[in-house]
Design a protein around this ligand. Structure first.
Ligand code: ZN
Length: 398
């Protein structure tokens, strides 16, 4: 009884964080113009399931080299059949992960509206809230139990269910004993001793990994290991992983870990919903060197915004900004959104109020929550069209 009561509360709070960290995300453009896409192959999900409802990023050729599907095609039943008939095993498709829009997602990166078969997602669809509902609602069905295996050391990270989802979305940092040691480069393991592992990288550099207490080594002498691979048991520190493998692989990792939790419990969630959260978690960057821009060192800037500024700096032959992507937990995202009304109404109101009054005292009322608070139409769904009409009218008057 107590377990169930706790679970409802926990799952409810998860939903709240999910919704509040993406409530401002809607479909606001037909095409962001991104050239980056994701390579889909078969994993424990069939390839056709993974790409259904996405826009193709590259042409697909048949056995004789003839083009059977052209890029920018939305993959629906008919196209999926062609893919199956030609036994295609790799597909480059667009994904919300790479959408370049600063304040929303574009139709091309999102693709099909999953609730309306056969239709591209409509402008103004609140894809953030939909993603949050899709993950939050079945949250009550996830187990609350944490399992430990591997004797007293508790070396393997086999946390499952709700605690695992929380661990990832909250970006819980493992402590020193729990943390897994990750390979910093591609290369061969040349020595495993009691206290250290040595690796010779492909570039010929020798890397030494000190082993902490009681760590279970997961590799063998002579193994070729890849950058980011676990050398010992334990939990992955997302920040460290991001630094080693980079943005794309880290997004992929977040997505897969969350998907597997739901999948293990028999809950089928479309990958697209989880991609929205992976993108949000890596949406903030910290400025290291402002280059030719007006930003300040250590200022926190939206990643998509920064890419845009950097492109124009390079185009105008100015020095680009150097930056570091940071991992934000859903709580961070919900606590400090661009809107101060949304921020102060999440939790820690007083602290938040002081912060916003100092650093960000203007609210542009772009998201759902802040508009609800202000008693206005939300800028999604029919409210999106209404707002567009209003904007057109006011620009004409001007
Ligand atoms: Zn896009």
């Amino acid at each position: 009884m107590i377990d169930i009561a706790l679970k409802t509360a926990e799952a409810g709070y998860l939903t709240r964080r999910l919704v509040e960290s993406t409530q401002n995300l809607a479909i606001i453009s037909s095409d962001c113009g991104t050239s980056t896409s994701v390579l889909f192959v078969e994993n424990d999900l069939p390839l056709i399931k993974r790409v259904y409802g996405r826009y193709l990023a590259q042409d697909i050729s048949g056995k004789k080299g003839e083009i059977i599907l052209t890029h920018n095609t939305l993959l629906l039943e008919k196209e999926i059949k062609i893919i199956q008939e030609n036994k295609i095993t790799e597909i480059w498709a667009f994904s919300p992960l790479n959408c370049q829009l600063v304040e929303g997602i574009c139709q091309k990166c999102y693709g099909l509206d999953l609730s309306k078969p056969g239709e591209t997602v409509a402008m103004g669809t609140a894809v953030g809230v939909i993603a949050a509902q899709s993950l939050g609602e079945p949250g009550t069905q996830l187990t609350m139990r944490t399992f430990h295996r591997g004797g007293i050391t508790g070396d393997e990270d086999i946390t499952q269910g709700l605690p695992k989802v929380k661990q990832i979305f909250d970006n819980v940092k493992p402590n020193k004993e729990e943390k897994s040691i990750l390979a910093k480069a591609n290369g061969k393991i040349i020595s495993i001793e009691e206290k250290i592992i040595k690796q010779k990288s492909d570039e010929g550099k020798e890397i030494i990994y000190p082993l902490g207490k009681k760590k279970k080594v997961r590799i063998n002498l002579g193994d070729m290991v890849k950058k980011g691979e676990k050398l010992t048991g334990g939990k992955i520190d997302l920040e460290e992983y991001l630094e080693i493998v980079g943005r794309d692989k880290c997004q992929e990792y977040i997505k897969e870990e969350v998907r597997k939790v739901y999948d293990d419990q028999g809950i089928d969630i479309n990958e697209k919903h989880i991609e929205i959260f992976a993108r949000q978690m890596l949406s903030k960057t910290e400025i290291i060197d402002s280059g030719g821009s007006d930003y300040l060192t250590s200022e926190i800037v939206n990643y998509q915004q920064l890419v845009k500024v950097n492109k124009s700096l390079i185009d105008n032959k100015n020095p680009p900004i150097s930056f570091k992507t940071i991992v934000s937990s859903l709580k961070d995202l919900a606590s400090y959104p661009d809107s101060f009304l949304a921020g102060i109404s999440f939790q820690n109101t007083l602290k938040s109020l002081v912060n916003y009054s100092l650093y960000q005292p203007v609210d542009y009322l772009r998201g759902c929550k802040e508009n609800l608070i202000a008693g206005q139409l939300v800028p999604v769904g029919s409210g999106f069209k209404e707002r567009e009409r209003f904007q057109r009218k006011t620009t004409r008057k001007e």
